[in-house]
Ligand binder design. Structure first.
Ligand code: NAI
Ligand code: MG
Length: 360
């Protein structure tokens, strides 16, 4: 299969980990006889330095013309301490999501057995947890009407959803559930909020189209509790922008390290794949960043954008095998990890490539 990929590595460790993610895509292409062509584009601080704009027009044009985007991170210490800066790196990321209509954010929380100890939750509760979140990304209280009273003492934000916004992401979630354990948990606050009643109504109405999927509805407060109490009960979780923001940060703790978590942002055309972590200035340039989140993002691209299920599974298995063999980056190492098993970014990437090459 022929695919064209735009690599937008961005800032800080985004550059370091994305280079490794791309190597893995190359290895998969070679092994399976696919032809992946690449282009690169600027974003974030690097783009501001070069052009004055965190999201140059050229980056949008190239992205729209691609089959998928491998994204790194945006951010620079210069802006973190200056909230008043008008031109900022994160405008690049928000801008590209908007320009490409990426309304669904997928965050798989997959726990590798070898890393059970890295989480603050007890291993016997976590073992086998495997959740796929669908967070709506372009609606909700973040984009509804907001304002202040004249005396500035009252403020409001509007939680707003329309039927088509719920339908389009619910469809993606139902379809994903069909390829997994066929359970869909829709999270809302329908006992109190009108927008949640619409959310629930839309999901209910679609359920008969997917008779094989077991649908349940949970209120956000109960879902937050159940996620820690019994994470294994969840398969696909579907929720709005605000609830999803909170719930996915909570869920990231199930997997232990930021360096392990991948995400996909999808719409009806080009998908964008990125680690959930940022540009990590504290470790930039040291060669120690964990590249597995970028590698797992590449696996999501293979699966979701290209429909290459076997290839995607093989990448995940290669990560699993490297962890089973005892290899760790610093962020996922513990007191028992021997020094010579703690690898830098490139060396961990090489291990994954070796694992990929070793499976027939
Ligand atoms: P961060 O995710 O960059 O780092 C948080 C902590 O996790 C740091 O101690 C870092 O060293 C560690 N970490 C993150 N990824 C790692 C990896 N792959 N391997 C090993 N350790 C890893 O978040 P932080 O420090 O709050 O923000 C840094 C910059 O990144 C800021 O400018 C922020 O605005 C930006 N940012 C960008 C995001 C994006 O591009 N999607 C998301 C979050 C933050
Ligand atoms: Mg958040």
């Amino acid at each position: 299969m022929k695919k064209h990929i735009v690599v937008i590595a961005g800032d800080g460790i985004g550059q370091e980990v994305t280079a490794v993610g791309k190597q893995v895509l190359d290895a998969v292409a070679q092994k399976y006889g696919h032809e992946f062509t690449y282009d690169t584009a600027l974003i974030g601080h690097a783009a501001i330095e070069a052009t004055g704009n965190p999201l140059p027009e050229e980056t949008i044009t190239k992205s729209k013309a691609s089959d998928a985007i491998l994204f790194g991170a945006v951010g620079h210490p210069k802006y973190d301490n200056d909230p008043s800066a008008k031109v900022r790196p994160e405008q690049g990321l928000l801008g590209i999501r908007k320009a490409l209509g990426l309304y669904a954010n997928l965050r798989p929380i997959k726990l590798f057995d070898e890393l059970l100890g890295a989480s603050s939750i007890r291993p016997e509760i976590l073992k086998g947890a495997d959740i796929l979140f669908f967070r709506e990304l372009t609606g909700d209280v973040y984009f509804g009407e907001k304002g202040r009273s004249d005396d500035r003492d009252t403020a409001y934000d509007t939680m707003i959803y329309s039927r088509y916004e719920v339908e389009r992401i619910a469809r993606k979630a139902f379809e994903a559930a069909m390829t997994r354990r066929r359970r869909l948990c829709s999270v809302d606050k329908a006992n109190v909020l009108e927008s949640s009643r619409l959310w629930r109504e839309v999901v209910q109405a679609m359920a008969p189209e997917y008779p094989d999927v077991v649908v349940e509805h949970q209120f956000i407060d109960a879902a937050a509790m159940l996620l820690i109490k019994d994470p294994r009960r969840f398969d696909v979780v579907l929720t709005g922008n605000l609830f999803g923001d909170i719930l996915t940060d909570e869920a990231s703790q199930i997997a232990g390290s930021m360096g392990m978590l991948a995400s996909a942002s999808i719409g009806d055309t080009t998908g964008l794949y990125e680690p959930i972590h940022g540009s990590a200035h504290d470790i930039t340039g040291k060669g120690v960043a964990n590249p597995l989140a970028s590698i797992l993002s590449a696996a999501l691209m293979l699966d979701i954008s290209f429909g290459m299920k076997a290839e995607a599974e093989e990448v995940v298995s290669a990560v699993d095998a490297a962890l089973k063999a005892g290899y760790r980056t610093r962020d996922i190492a513990d007191a028992d990890t021997p020094d010579d098993m703690i690898l830098g970014t490139e060396a961990m990437g090489s291990q994954i490539l070796t694992q990929l090459a070793s499976v027939a």
